[in-house]
Design a protein around this ligand. Structure first.
Ligand code: HAM
Length: 420
């Protein structure tokens, strides 16, 4: 072991387990690529103010969880705790929204950093695949995103997840509700911290997990009853569209998300096999975020799905992804001359798109065949002294155990035809 360990709250993705993470990312990305979303990549760090203004000064993410640092040049940067604000920043900076084709639909995949108390499913470094549709106010767009996330979870074989849906209203109706909720909260028996939160961000109190708080919230006013006509109609349309698509969801009038930029549609994907960190993904509409970071009005909607938690959800449901073995052919040379010949064959196979690996380090037959087995290859190619003299190579079918001698010059074509 080395002197060093992965930092607290982080872990390494190592083969073969890491293949699951790639498969999950791919399963989430595939429906997006298929629906007009283009790939976007932004830096892992941004000006700290982008998150303070975008995610919200009073959120846990900004006040407690950001990795903030000052560069030698004096810039105050933060490792990204989320990627919605960075994506919008990038779109505005490149003027993609002015190219005349709104919404700008993009997807991303990458690391996020939050200084949280680590536990199962909650890490300080984790990975998300996200999608953002920027610059259009259309319930069909909200519906599209919810349907696509549902589709990717189903494609992975997940069944025990639920979609929670809510509307957080807009600048017109939310302030009225906020005031009513604050009035209600002031009359409760709450500790000082919570009372302070009620003054700064009363909606967050609804999200308090403590039973003694939840008990007092049963009669809390609900935003649902305060939505203005426009928000109500918008929400109904989203509900109708996803229902028509056959996507099952639950109305959750107390669903509040941990980021301040949300307006109207908000949703969360929760998995019932994950314990307390049950949210596998979440998102919603953020119609005011562009203005909050200095841009024009660009109503937008998006989500991010947590890759780490999705992998945990697969494990909780006992789902084995059908990940094809990376290697199809494993070459086992016995001796110097055989090594040169087989190495050339492996190179040729790879050039022709056949996944091939090679026994390195001069292993003997037994150890090399063990390695061939472990690689998951369908075929092993063994070239020994006698084969060399005969101008053949032994082709072993690792499934049936059957072995055939094939001319050295025919082997590449033979493997290509066998592997289709
Ligand atoms: P979020 O709900 O903060 O939303 O994160 C989305 C997902 O990332 C969560 O549902 C969870 O699966 C995963 N996640 C969050 N924190 C952790 C953690 N500490 N450890 C492991 N996984 C975690 C956002 O990030 C928004 N930017 C989503 C969005 C996109 N809204 C609109 N567009």
């Amino acid at each position: 072991m080395s002197t060093f360990k992965a930092p607290k709250g982080t872990y390494d993705l190592l083969p073969p387990e890491s293949a699951k993470f790639l498969a999950v990312r791919e399963a989430i990305a595939a429906p997006l690529r298929n629906s007009g979303y283009g790939y976007i990549e932004t830096p892992g760090f941004e000006n700290v103010e982008l998150f303070a203004r975008g995610v919200g000064e009073s959120t846990d993410i900004v006040t407690k969880e950001m990795y903030v640092f000052e560069t030698k040049g004096g810039d105050r940067l933060a490792l990204r705790p989320e990627t919605t604000a960075p994506v919008l920043r990038a779109v505005l900076e490149a003027n993609l929204h002015k190219a005349g084709n709104l919404p700008v639909k993009v997807w991303y995949s990458g690391s996020q950093y939050r200084y949280e108390r680590p536990q199962k499913g909650r890490y300080r470094h984790f990975s998300q695949v996200g999608a953002e549709a920027i610059g259009a106010e259309d319930p069909a767009l909200d519906a599209e995103l919810i349907i696509l996330a549902d589709q990717s979870y189903r494609a992975l074989g997940l069944r025990n997840f639920r979609i929670l849906l809510n509307s957080l209203g807009d600048q017109e109706c939310r302030p009225v509700y906020r005031a009513a909720l604050q009035d209600f909260l002031r009359g409760l028996d709450l500790d000082e911290d919570t009372l302070r939160r009620a003054e700064i961000n009363p909606l967050r109190v609804l999200d308090d997990k403590r039973p003694e708080v939840q008990q007092q919230l049963t009669d809390a006013p609900l935003l649902r009853d305060y939505l203005c006509d426009a928000c109500k109609a918008y929400h109904e349309e989203v509900r109708d569209l996803i229902t028509a698509a056959g996507v099952v969801f639950e109305d959750d009038p107390k669903l509040v998300r941990g980021l301040d930029y949300y307006t109207r549609t908000t949703f969360e994907f929760v998995h019932d096999g994950l314990g307390s960190q049950s949210a596998v993904g979440g998102g919603g509409r953020y119609d005011g975020l562009s203005e909050m970071i200095g841009g024009p009005s660009l109503p937008s909607v998006g989500w991010a799905l947590g890759v780490d938690r999705t992998v945990l959800a697969l494990e909780a449901e006992g789902i084995e992804l059908d990940i094809p073995s990376a290697t199809s052919v494993y070459a086992v040379p016995l001796g110097e001359e055989a090594r040169r010949i087989l190495f050339a064959k492996v190179t040729e196979l790879r050039k022709n798109g056949v996944a091939a690996d090679f026994s390195y380090g001069g292993k003997g037959l037994k150890a090399a065949m063990k390695a061939a087995n472990r690689s998951g290859a369908r075929y092993a190619l063994v070239l020994g002294e006698r084969d060399l003299a005969d101008g053949v190579v032994q082709l072993k079918d690792m499934e049936s155990g059957e072995q055939t001698a094939i001319g050295v010059n025919e082997i590449v074509a033979e493997l290509e035809s066998r592997l289709g």
